[in-house]
Design a protein around this ligand. Structure first.
Ligand SMILES: [Zn+2]
Length: 279
């Protein structure tokens, strides 16, 4: 699913299209896409005719200010993407929402598996949505080593699962958590309690460079091409991955074949030499 680098890449493309633009026509084609609002029609009714302010991101959420004290939240879910198009251009299948601006551009929300959503919240609805429980952003607001040590202590016991927990650090998913642990040389099944301060420091210090590298290459488009950049190109980070999806292929550091292990119902990819399990 799209993770922080894919969402940030998307945000950077749509920001110049949306910021300061007025939405002239908003269509939600599938009520499920607007399910986070009490009434699915709220999305189109509230956005129509309104001007968009800043387009921000927190973790995997794109959060835009809209005049009238509204907040437009977009989550790409498992398979969602934003596409920038001109009116009249042939639509991709599963275009579940369309946002046409006064700048002559259509932003299209394409989401075959419909786990993604768009929502427009009032301040009260925003508070009630639980979105304020999203943790600190892994790229822009990463906790210090001490904060990470303290926060990890009371949480899920396995480091891979801790990195996926969006309530503490927001933005890492399965791909980039595997990459972070590979760079940090930490086995994904290590328990939090077994990690010393130096090891937590290695994990912490790997997060921003891994994410920045992902963003620099437009994120990771897997072979299904569910995620694409808003201009239709594929993200190019796939070929640069060190661990994720590389089972049986040689570690780029030591040559040992990458192994795969299921942790918390998710595949984890790691190098058994660089990331050996401590006693
Ligand atoms: Zn290795």
């Amino acid at each position: 699913m799209p993770e922080l680098p894919e969402v940030e890449t998307t945000r950077r493309f749509i920001e110049p299209v949306l910021t300061g633009a007025r939405l002239e026509r908003v269509e939600v084609r599938r009520p499920r896409t607007a399910r986070r609002n009490l009434r699915p029609e709220d999305v189109s009714e509230r956005l129509n005719g309104r001007r968009v302010g800043a387009v921000k991101r927190r973790g995997k959420f794109i959060i835009s200010d809209v005049e009238g004290d509204l907040t437009w939240v977009t989550h790409l879910g498992m398979s969602g993407r934003m596409q920038i198009a001109k009116p009249g251009e042939v639509e991709a299948p599963h275009t579940n929402a369309v946002f046409a601006t006064d700048g002559g551009v259509e932003l299209r929300f394409v989401d075959p598996r419909t786990f993604g959503f768009v929502a427009v919240f009032t301040p009260d609805e925003m508070s009630a949505s639980g979105l304020d429980r999203i943790g600190r952003d892994a790229l822009d607001d990463l906790p210090s080593v001490d904060e990470m040590s303290a926060a990890f202590a009371g949480r899920v016991p396995v480091v891979k699962a801790a990195l996926l927990d969006q309530r503490f650090i927001a933005g890492l998913g399965n791909i980039y958590a595997d990459e972070v642990l590979h760079v940090a040389r930490i086995h994904p099944a290590r328990t939090i309690g077994s990690l010393d301060r130096d090891e937590i420091g290695r994990i912490r210090n790997a997060i921003v460079p891994v994410l920045q590298s992902g963003v620099a290459h437009g994120g990771t488009s897997l072979n299904d091409l569910a995620y694409l950049l808003p201009d239709g190109r594929a993200g190019e980070f796939l070929e640069r991955l060190g661990a994720y999806g590389r089972e049986g292929e040689p570690c780029r550091t030591c040559g040992t074949p990458i192994e795969r292990l299921v942790i918390a119902q998710r595949s984890s990819h790691f190098c058994p030499t660089c990331q050996h399990l401590a006693d």
